[in-house]
Design a protein around this ligand. Structure first.
Ligand SMILES: Nc1ncnc2c1ncn2[C@@H]1O[C@H](COP(=O)(O)OP(=O)(O)OP(=O)(O)O)[C@@H](O)[C@H]1O
Ligand SMILES: [Mg+2]
Length: 259
């Protein structure tokens, strides 16, 4: 299908006796925001790990923009434009916010040039471009004023924002966000909703793992529900959250419907 960004077919993964992904089938259309919900331990982050190459599936296949990427290493998948954030942010705490951002840029031209003089000039020009881009993205996430702070001094919510901001440095086409609102205060969360919608308007395709149902309803075009590793329901957000099975199995257990 021409507008199919990601196709997950029959993906399974066990850890010892735990079936973290159980024959999962999911499809993401280009330019949409897809919510992935389910109780703690349902296998949501594991699915992100598998799609982004941090875990290999035991069975099944994954195609990104029609290209088979099953079992590819994470760096190779990232180069194609499929970028994920982590539930627990991975900021380098002893580097500044801006330095963290600049490290998020992959495949910098200077890395591939051999002549030291040419390399020096290109690297300098390229570094300025990367810096300008980093500052622009930091402003977009209201983190511009923190650029020279150590990442380790940021609050939990700000670290989540930095993680998302850094992921944009790699020019993703598909962004997988693992609980982007966790630890982010309510007023900042409202702004974050608008920022994520803006990214969709700019053409980015996004998949979001989120426990806060109001955020899922505000953002998603489509929702998948995982339970015990399996897709138990999917559909339009308002239909999914009013599905009795979802209410019984999920909304009563481990999800924050009041957020
Ligand atoms: N690397 C691993 N080794 C062993 N077990 C794992 C590993 N990663 C995940 N699991 C197990 O797989 C199951 C699914 O975990 P996962 O982190 O994917 O759930 P989740 O839906 O993201 O939960 P949460 O909402 O709490 O983040 C859990 O039982 C978890 O303990
Ligand atoms: Mg998780």
């Amino acid at each position: 299908m021409a507008d199919e960004m990601l196709s997950i077919k029959g993906v399974s993964k066990s850890f010892g006796g735990i079936l973290a992904a159980d024959k999962c089938n999911l499809t993401i259309s280009r330019g949409t925001i897809v919510g992935l919900i389910g109780p703690n331990g349902a296998g949501k982050s594991t699915l992100f790990d598998i799609v982004s190459g941090f875990q290999r599936p035991d069975a099944g296949s994954i195609a990104f923009q029609g290209k088979e990427i099953t079992g590819w290493p994470a760096y190779k998948i990232a180069r194609l434009g499929l970028i994920r954030t982590f539930q627990i942010p991975h900021a380098l705490t002893r580097m500044t916010v801006l330095e963290n951002m600049m490290l998020g840029k992959q495949g910098q031209i200077g890395e591939r040039i051999c002549s030291p003089i040419i390399r020096f000039n290109i690297v300098r020009a390229e570094e300025k471009n990367i810096r300008d881009k980093a500052l622009e993205i930091l402003e977009f996430f209201d983190l511009g004023h923190m650029k020279d702070e150590y990442a380790g001094s940021l609050s939990g919510g700000q670290k989540k924002l930095l993680e998302m901001a850094r992921s944009l440095m790699a020019d993703p086409q598909l962004l997988l966000l693992d609980e982007p609102f966790a630890g982010v205060n309510p007023s900042l969360s409202e702004r974050l909703i608008e920022r994520i919608k803006t990214l969709r308007q700019k053409g980015l395709t996004i998949m979001i793992i989120e426990h806060g149902i109001p955020y899922v309803l505000a953002l998603s075009d489509w929702v998948y529900v995982l339970n015990k590793g399996a897709v138990m329901a999917y559909g339009k957000p308002d239909e999914v959250v009013s599905d009795k099975r979802v209410l019984d199995d999920y909304l009563g257990d481990g999800c924050d419907a009041q957020t």
